[in-house]
Ligand binder design. Structure first.
Ligand code: 4AD
Ligand code: MG
Length: 454
């Protein structure tokens, strides 16, 4: 038996006899009765076991330390007058493996920083059990959303010969120390993928609707609570659609995954609401039940300028058309102005990637970022430039290596018509759904600047 089975069935099947293996969370000994609080990881719920000196195995389990693994045989007794719905009165107990005295997760509050240093153990705490079970459900919900609508799941390559965003922040892949890439493994410079989008576009032209969901690497030095050097990205790409449809898909997807975890992870969400972000469930309920706001970049600039006039203290108060929005600006718009997820569309071309479709004004591109409270940018997407000549011109203007991208640009010559898609940072989604405030706490073993433990 597992503890989840007991919780799922004890009311329906009137379980009396139980037998299970679990880990000790707390152990309180008394002369007449002793109490073990056990958890086996299958559910957030613990089980309280009561045992007396006359049970079989008493002498061996008597001093069982926190984190030891034990086996219990006993009777389930309902306890309507206590906080837990039932307890187990043990007939027999066995100590299967004793934990050492220096187990670092003894019963007290630990700081997130300390827990990051023991990332191999922190996942046994209720906080991390909630976060990582939600992460698992969210991954499943994302696949479910796309698979149910006939999208094809594509695995884009991880080693690439180009830097998709043209931002020059990729990790080099090499077997040499001399930097001679002509003699290197691939006979040229190679790097870890910063995005699967370019390959995704090729597949969208074949299957119409596709998505990738895989590891992504960025060597940005930004040491923030929302950037990791290794993270997971979901990149859907859809042929024949424009920007408006792209926004609709993003909104539907986010609402779908919120509904999925509401139906399947109530206990974890309640734990996160109580321990990570007060009002989390309210925030998510509002997001799933209301229409996301859409503003143009120009409108966003006007909002920010007005805020500065009214005395809002931004670190960067020099708000003008053409600037890149900082995270303080993004968060002001979605947290303080709208208190809701907000799409910002039609950014100036100079602050966006070369592949975004140029609008008729020749100044802005058909970009669509989604900003959410607590995080800022959750999604970055766009309609793609479908005109071969314009795309090539943008490559040249932005110093993108045109030879490496010949195959990509050439897609436009073989019946491309339209295409749009987006990239959703999976860890940022997990942060938004769990209320965790640091990306280091939603990825199992985080990789960030100057940090490669485990
Ligand atoms: O906005 P980005 O850079 O967009 C792209 O990569 C496009 N190729 C997507 C597309 O249109 N197919 O990244 C997409 C998202 C961001 O909105 C953010 O959520 C996440 O990826 N992201 C990161 N997450 C964690 N750590 C980092 N260093 C991240 N960089 C981007
Ligand atoms: Mg972006």
């Amino acid at each position: 038996m597992q503890i989840k089975d007991i919780y799922d069935k004890y009311l329906i099947e009137e379980i009396k006899k139980v037998e299970f293996l679990a880990r000790v969370r707390t152990h309180r000994q008394g002369k007449v009765v002793s109490f073990l609080v056990l958890n086996d990881g299958t559910t957030l719920n613990d089980v309280q076991v009561v045992y007396k000196p006359e049970v079989k195995g008493y002498s061996e389990i008597q001093n069982a330390r926190v984190s030891s693994v034990v086996k219990v045989w006993g009777e389930l007794v309902l306890t309507p007058d206590k906080p837990q719905p039932f307890e187990i009165q043990a007939n027999e107990v066995a100590l299967l493996d004793e934990a050492a005295e220096d187990y670092p997760l003894q019963k007290k509050e630990h700081s997130p920083e300390f827990l990051r240093e023991i990332a191999h153990l922190r996942v046994r705490t209720k906080t991390f059990q909630s976060i990582f079970r939600l992460r698992s459900s969210l991954a499943y919900a994302i696949h479910k959303f796309f698979q149910e609508q006939n999208y094809v799941y594509v695995n884009a390559p991880i080693i690439t010969g180009n830097d998709a965003e043209g931002a020059g922040e990729a990790f080099l892949v090499t077997t040499r120390t001399d930097g001679n890439h002509e003699e290197d493994f691939f006979g040229k410079k190679a790097s870890l993928s910063v995005s699967g989008q370019l390959h995704a576009e090729a597949y969208a032209q074949a299957f119409n609707k596709i998505y990738t969901f895989g590891p992504t690497f960025r060597a940005e030095e930004s040491n923030t609570s929302r950037h990791a050097a290794e993270f997971w990205m979901i990149e859907p790409e859809i042929a024949f659609i424009d920007l408006a449809k792209n926004l609709e898909i993003i909104e539907n997807m986010i609402k779908f995954v919120i509904n999925y975890v509401f139906e399947n992870n109530k206990a974890e969400l309640e734990f996160c609401d109580a321990n990570l972000e007060e009002g989390l469930i309210n925030k998510l309920t509002n997001a799933k039940d209301s229409k996301f706001v859409t503003n143009t970049y120009e409108q966003a600039i006007e909002i920010l300028q007005k805020a500065v006039e009214q005395g809002k203290e931004f670190e960067n108060k020099n708000i003008k058309f053409g600037m890149d929005l900082g995270s303080e600006h993004e968060r002001y718009i979605c947290e303080e102005v709208y208190k809701s997820p907000v799409f910002i569309i039609n950014y100036p071309k100079d602050i966006k990637a070369f592949y975004m479709k140029l609008n008729d004004d020749n100044i802005t591109v058909a970009a669509s970022d989604l900003l959410v409270p607590g995080i800022g940018e959750l999604v970055g997407g766009s309609q793609r430039e479908d005109d071969f000549g314009k795309l090539k011109k943008r490559c040249l203007e932005m110093n993108v290596n045109i030879n490496e991208l010949d195959w990509y640009n050439n897609l436009r010559n073989y019946g491309y018509y339209k295409s749009a898609g987006f990239g959703l940072g999976f860890e940022r989604l997990v942060m938004y759904i769990t209320g965790a405030s640091n990306i280091r706490d939603v990825i199992s073993f985080p990789r960030t600047p100057k940090n490669l433990l485990f």
